[in-house]
Design a binder for this molecule. Structure first.
Ligand SMILES: *Cc1c(COP(=O)(O)O)cnc(C)c1O
Length: 355
């Protein structure tokens, strides 16, 4: 097996970028000019190439479609005022993709394929990275099982693919969340700690039920007792109670978010009290009752910080303090945006310049 694969590049004849206003396109529906693909067969990554973004023929028997042997990552590239493109903590996404691969009996991707492919792709599609204040290029690396076979077994062939799409003005409206006490997202021994495709398909129905009741998202609770909060939608969950930042401790039912880790790192840098532990919904509501619950928010790559304005539990809504009063989460949101946009010193060395 060769450790470095030559990336064959087949450039698009004419860029489509001028057909769009990348600072204003709706998120997730318009894809950049190129995509990166690496193919795995006979126990090794065989070839790597960049092609124009396009539909490809796949057999309807493709194993990923039937049994969900599919994993993904979500990350972003940012453009500063000088037009330079940088990635935020990309090695963390690389490591997590491989953690997901192991759990789903898929081959790990070597770093030179992941990072090499990503960097080449971003160089070609740099014009697609929005430069607006809150804009970024959303990057979706994923691996799918590609055996044309209906038997339930680990595939022998895979594709690692990277596609990207501009996220112009990503602004996340404050959300009302419903504590989910019937369905669960993740179970001990399961796959909740990795970005396996099936985790998301199964979450849609409970989310739809919550939306019918007027909430935007659910707060997932532990599958055994439904007493302890875990995540909010596809984001990690945090609270500020008194002067302490609280978040559920990592376990195999909680996805180890890179935003979560970054928020905790900044809180630590700022000398804030932090507790990573089990948090019961009772504790949160008690804090609400005695006025110490100051902030609640979800955090993840897509939204960075999604403010929670109301928590629904057992037929009652608990409204939280106004978003403008939330010192910590607003400061974190702004600081992360400034680091990513190169507006303040990147003390943590989180940014990797690519172009
Ligand atoms: C991706 C994801 C997150 C957030 O992870 P980031 O690395 O911060 O984007 C949180 N929870 C779930 C379930 C996720 O899939």
């Amino acid at each position: 097996m060769t450790s470095t694969l030559e990336i064959k590049i087949n450039k698009i004849a004419k860029s489509r970028v001028s057909d769009y206003d990348v600072n204003n396109v709706p998120f997730g529906k318009c894809f950049s000019d190129h995509m990166f693909i690496a193919e795995y067969a006979d126990g090794a990554w065989q070839k790597a190439y960049i092609e124009p973004y396009q539909n490809v023929p796949l057999s309807y028997a493709t194993s990923a479609l039937h049994y969900g042997q599919a994993i993904f990552e979500g990350m972003k590239a940012y453009k500063n005022d000088a037009g330079e493109v940088s990635l935020f903590r990309p090695i963390e996404n690389f490591n997590r993709l491989n953690k997901s691969a192991i759990r789903m009996a898929m081959p790990e991707v070597p770093e030179e394929i992941f990072m090499g492919g990503l960097i080449e792709l971003l160089k070609l599609d740099a014009a697609w990275v929005p430069q607006s204040e809150t804009g970024s290029l959303y990057i979706r690396p994923f691996i799918i099982a590609t055996d044309e076979a209906i038997g339930v077994k680990a595939s022998e062939t895979y594709k690692f693919i990277i596609i990207t799409c501009p996220a112009g003005k990503y602004y996340s409206e404050p959300i009302k969340v419903l504590v989910e006490t019937n369905y669960f997202r993740a179970v001990h021994g399961g796959v909740g700690f990795v970005k396996a495709a099936g985790n998301y398909g199964r979450s849609l129905y409970p989310t739809k039920l919550a939306q019918q009741k007027g909430y935007q998202q659910v707060i997932w609770t532990d599958s055994k007792t439904h007493q302890y909060v875990e995540e909010s939608g596809t984001m990690n969950l945090m609270f500020v109670i008194g002067d302490t930042l609280l978040t559920p401790e990592l376990s195999d039912t909680i996805l180890s978010g890179i935003t979560r880790n970054s928020v905790l790192s900044l809180a630590k840098l700022w000398g804030m009290k932090i507790e990573e532990r089990k948090i019961s919904i009772r504790e949160v509501l008690t804090a609400h009752g005695n006025g110490t619950l100051k902030e609640a928010f979800g955090c993840g790559t897509a939204a960075t910080i999604a403010q929670i304005v109301s928590i629904g539990y057992e037929g009652k809504d608990y409204d939280l303090p106004a978003v403008e009063t939330r010192k910590f989460s607003n400061k974190v949101d702004e600081t992360l945006r400034n680091i990513r946009k190169g507006k303040i010193k990147d003390e943590m060395n989180w940014m990797m310049k690519v172009h």
